[in-house]
Design a protein. Structure first.
Ligand code: SF4
Length: 434
């Protein structure tokens, strides 16, 4: 998972907006971050390991400019800089290229060498084969199987694109004299940008001097918005393809309350992403919402850690039970998803039982996860997924709770407000359409 941000201003230095716009995408990747700017005398680029604010607060000197791109990443350092017949450019990307090995082999045959095994290098080299960036992105789009959103910074211009199936989100915003594009609109709110619209599937835009123009739409009959964005990945303040993440989560919670009611005292969440689902559940069931767990502000997001050991460690430290809210109560706990079930079993359930909970009923905001994501979200291999081999009842017994139920694909369709055939649901169905 990654976050990408780009901004162009007709008159102002963009460095503050670039820094903060990228910072507000921190939840999409916490291992690396990077910024690149253009101020008329060449492209500047700087990348760091770690979080945007920690890495860049004292390291923005010399990055002033009127155009810039930024990246947060789970996996690799971006932006990447390349020299080409179109001149130098920097590029960052979110997604996953399924036919990466095949494309790498093809490029090697043509005489290209590679410094990394990252998708971004293949994407950059495919784009660099053309005489202009729009044709280059079009050429890349025709060769690549998978999902992407990307931004390119060249001298005086930014190019931004979303893949033709629209897997990864990408939105355009505007404020006085500036245009920005971002993975999620939560980047815009505190910076004063108004959402103009989401990228259309396959859209390639050019941005300069605080204005944008659509240069091309790569056509496709198949739209596949990632349904997991609304369930878990995106920030609750974001609106993706016209649907508020918060509203979608509350609706999923309400669907769970109608479909699987439980006689309990309160509804609670596995914070943070379970909060919207739990509030929706509580409102529909007409029971109080309460915090039985607090996510410690200084902990990271466990799902976006690079190794299983780090994910386990972060999952264990991030949630602090609130004893006064637990003792003697029966609880519905809403979680965004269950991956292996080990965190629920070894951490949450233990903490609740140790603090005197009476009954635990778990409601999960999506169907059982059965297959890995091939389109850029850090899900697990099949054998790591609890639901790959276990039934819901087996998972309930394994995690040791009194009740367990999952949302259905129909609940997601209703809550996200898009036809099921336009939603990617591969991680629940094990059917891959791309
Ligand atoms: S497989 Fe799941 S996580 Fe991946 S794009 Fe599809 S819905 Fe999203």
């Amino acid at each position: 998972m990654c976050g990408i941000f780009a901004v162009s201003s007709a008159k102002d230095n963009i460095i503050d907006d670039l820094f903060l716009g990228t910072f507000y995408l921190q939840h999409r990747g916490q291992q690396y971050c990077g910024l690149s700017t253009y101020a008329g005398e060449g492209l500047k680029i700087r990348t760091h390991r770690g979080l945007v604010r920690a890495a860049f607060t004292d390291d923005l000197a010399g990055l002033d400019g009127r155009l810039g791109i930024g990246h947060t990443s789970l996996k690799d350092r971006q932006p990447l800089k390349l020299d080409s017949k179109m001149g130098e450019f920097t590029i960052c990307f979110e997604g996953n290229i399924i036919n990466l090995a095949e494309l790498t082999a093809e490029l090697k045959k043509q005489g290209h060498s590679f410094y990394t095994d990252a998708d971004i290098e293949v994407i950059a080299k495919l784009i660099a084969q053309s005489d202009d960036f729009v044709s280059g992105i079009e050429y890349m789009a025709a060769k690549v199987r998978g999902a992407y959103a990307l931004v390119i910074l060249a001298k005086g211009k930014i190019y931004a694109a979303r893949d033709k199936h629209a897997f990864r989100p990408m939105v355009i915003g505007k404020k006085d004299g500036s245009v920005a594009v971002t993975s999620e609109s939560c980047s815009f709110v505190n910076l004063g940008y108004q959402i103009v619209r989401d990228f259309k599937p396959g859209e390639i835009i050019e941005i300069s001097d605080g204005e944008f123009t659509t240069k091309k739409i790569v056509p496709s009959d198949l739209i596949q918005y990632c349904a997991f964005e609304w369930v878990y990945t995106a920030n609750v303040a974001s609106t993706i393809d016209g649907m508020s993440v918060d509203i979608a989560r509350r609706s999923i919670g309400a669907c769970l309350a109608r479909r699987y009611p439980a006689k309990v005292d309160i509804a609670a969440a596995v914070p943070n992403s379970g909060i919207g689902h739990a509030i929706g559940y509580a409102q529909e069931a007409k029971i109080p919402f309460d915090n039985v767990f607090i996510k410690y502000d200084y902990a990271s997001r466990s799902y976006t850690q690079p190794t299983q050991a780090e994910r386990d460690r972060e999952a264990k430290v991030k949630l602090i039970p609130v004893p006064a809210k637990i003792a003697g109560r029966s609880v519905v706990i809403c979680d965004d998803s269950i991956v292996r079930g080990t965190q629920m079993k070894n951490d949450l359930v233990v903490k609740l039982r140790n603090n005197g909970v009476r009954e635990i009923h778990v409601r999960v905001a999506c169907p059982p996860l059965k297959a890995p994501c091939l389109y850029g979200v850090a899900t697990r291999s099949k054998k790591e997924l609890a639901a790959h081999e276990k039934s819901v009842e087996d998972i309930r017994k394994y995690i040791g709770v009194d009740g367990l139920a999952y949302a259905t694909l129909e609940d997601l369709e209703k809550s996200i407000g898009k036809p099921l055939e336009q939603l990617c649901t591969s991680c629940w169905t094990d059917v891959y359409k791309v």
